[in-house]
Design a protein around this ligand. Structure first.
Ligand SMILES: Nc1ncnc2c1ncn2[C@@H]1O[C@H](COP(=O)(O)OP(=O)(O)OP(=O)(O)O)[C@@H](O)[C@H]1O
Ligand SMILES: [Mg+2]
Length: 541
């Protein structure tokens, strides 16, 4: 078959030459592309089970539920037997792999959670659909929380922090620039919307430990982590933000690995185009950076997409191992896509790549992987091997059995609510006599008005982009100017005093040590200092 140190993908449909993927180059990333129904998911399954067998843990997003079949042995099928015979697989057998199921909503798998400060302002802004002005205000809320040593763990904390920022916008504006109540209100509304979609399930503690994604079994096989993403697909921004968060966490947390004989973790992103849909150039640039650098941490990223053109060029060009299933070429746009896909391969004199892409059968693909010195192999038309696992979803009972036996439930299945910004701010408010002063009441009035206005004019997710500092402020300001209580200089003094007592009170909390160590990484997730990371930090910049 394939030489030691490679995983077997399939064999040349005409040439019969075995096609492997060198484990040593598996961290040079990859692409699995093809039109619907051409065999992408099964290809991901055969790769995942082969990585697992080689002792490499895997993370895979399950968009349609059918990836979950990895956990069960396949059942005898003449087509599979026939394929195995053509490929000369003498030891073909049906077998499931050890899988761990995860779910952002905590129902189809163990709950995956990240704290607000883990997420960081950049990804959170994307999750909340914020515009630039609103994102600026969110950044201020993070900065103030960092400075004041207030842990932002869940949405409650963030909401309360935003109220605080709104209340003290005058003082804060001096250091951070203008803060409008309309922007604060818009963020609060966006948080509400996300909460209603269940997004807050995923924000909080206990936060996911990355080591739990990098487990091997007693037999030395890599555990396959399956993220149930069926429901998640209804909130694509949440999906994208989560996946990007996970990758940036891995990047920040893992030590430099150098050249290894196999990757430490392999990651499959299904529906990869969602990661980049409507992403601003700044974000794409950062993702590109992470993709480029995470290789040295021993992590391989595999993007799965119907059309490779959905993935930005700068990222596409870094995907060294490619499996291209059939594409259709009816419309001029499709024909262009076929040409681009064909051009990305090192040509094989035996056939015309462009022509073959449209003629590939189901479970057949053009394959090119990195060979000696990381040079791509000549493209080969390949019959992909049959999977050992089930092709298709598992039953609820099968899933429940795996969840019950995983040993992860005790840690992840119950949410925690530690003392954090929300509780601290409430205590402060209760302590400071006059804390709920005119300015804050005024602010809350306005917030309520903003929320009302948002509900009236825009239902749904899109509403989060309204009510920025220009449009919203005028309406809010006019309506509320008559209600506004006369401002005395007193309110500023009280505000200042509150800020001071606030800062003092923070000295004892765990928040302080947290805040000290908070330095925001590439995608805005906090960088927890450790010796290994400090060593690598110069390289990151
Ligand atoms: N390597 C393979 N060996 C045997 N059968 C295969 C293989 N690849 C694909 N098939 C067959 O093709 C069917 C469709 O494949 P698959 O579900 O992987 O397509 P897909 O590209 O993921 O489609 P979609 O875009 O709709 O998710 C499978 O259910 C299976 O019957
Ligand atoms: Mg599929």
């Amino acid at each position: 078959m394939v030489p030691e140190g490679s995983i077997y993908l399939g064999s040349g449909s005409d040439s019969g030459i075995a096609q492997g993927l060198k484990l040593k180059y598996a961290n040079r990333h990859g692409l699995v592309a093809g039109a619907t129904g051409t065999g992408k998911t099964v290809t991901v399954q055969i790769m995942a089970e082969a990585f697992s067998a080689a002792g490499v843990p895997v993370f895979v997003a399950d968009v349609k539920g059918d990836v979950s079949g990895l956990s069960q042995p396949g059942s005898l099928h003449p087509k599979l037997e026939e394929r195995a015979a053509i490929l000369g697989l003498s030891d073909y057998a049906y077998a499931g792999s050890t899988c761990a199921f995860w779910d952002l909503f905590g129902t189809m798998g163990h709950a995956v959670r990240a704290t607000v400060s883990d997420m960081g302002p950049l990804l959170l802004a994307r999750m909340l659909n914020l515009n630039a002005t609103q994102e600026g205000v969110l950044n201020i809320a993070f900065a103030v929380a960092d400075e004041e040593g207030m842990p932002l763990l869940d949405f409650k904390d963030l909401r309360q922090m935003l109220v605080f920022v709104g209340q003290h916008r005058k003082q804060l504006s001096l250091s951070y620039g203008a803060i409008s109540t309309a922007s604060v209100g818009a963020i609060q509304r966006a948080l509400l919307t996300l909460q209603r979609q269940g997004g807050d399930q995923f924000i909080g503690e206990p936060a996911l430990k990355l080591t739990d994604l990098m487990r091997t079994t007693a037999q030395g096989r890599g555990v396959i982590n399956v993220l149930s993403a069926e429901t998640l697909m209804t909130a694509p921004k949440l999906y994208a933000a989560f996946m990007l968060w996970l990758v940036s966490e891995l990047f920040e947390e893992l030590p430099e690995a150098g050249d290894t004989d196999k990757p430490k973790l392999v990651f499959f992103f299904d529906e990869a185009h969602l990661l980049f849909r409507d992403a601003e150039p700044g974000l794409i640039e950062k993702v590109e950076q992470v993709v480029r650098l995470i290789r040295s941490k021993g992590v391989g990223l595999y993007f799965i997409s119907q059309n490779p053109q959905d993935i930005p060029d700068r990222i596409l060009s870094q995907l060294g191992n490619r499996i291209q299933h059939a594409l259709r070429a009816y419309t001029p746009g499709e024909q262009r896509a076929v040409r681009v896909a064909a051009d990305s391969f090192r040509p094989n004199p035996a056939f015309d790549t462009e022509e073959i892409i449209t003629q590939l059968g189901v479970g057949e693909a053009l394959v090119s992987t990195l060979e000696k010195k990381g040079v791509p192999s000549v493209v080969e038309k390949t019959l992909i091997r049959p999977p050992q696992c089930r092709m298709g979803p598992i039953t609820d009972a099968e899933r429940r059995a795996i969840l019950a036996a995983s040993g992860l439930g005790a840690h992840y299945d119950t949410a925690l609510d530690r003392r954090s910004a929300y509780e601290i701010l409430h205590e402060r408010m209760a302590q400071a006599d006059d804390f709920g002063n005119e300015e804050s009441r005024d602010f809350e009035d306005q917030l309520r008005y903003e929320a009302d206005r948002g509900r009236r004019s825009h239902a749904g997710y899109g509403a989060t982009n309204t009510g920025d500092s220009t449009g919203g402020r005028r309406a809010g300001g006019m309506r509320y100017s008559s209600n506004r209580r006369r401002r005395s200089s007193r309110s500023d003094t009280i505000g200042e005093a509150a800020m001071k007592s606030f800062a003092r009170s923070m000295s004892s909390t765990m928040g302080r040590e947290l805040s000290k160590s908070l330095a925001r990484g590439l995608l805005g997730s906090p960088r927890r200092r450790s010796s290994s990371r400090r060593r690598s930090s110069s390289r990151r910049r």
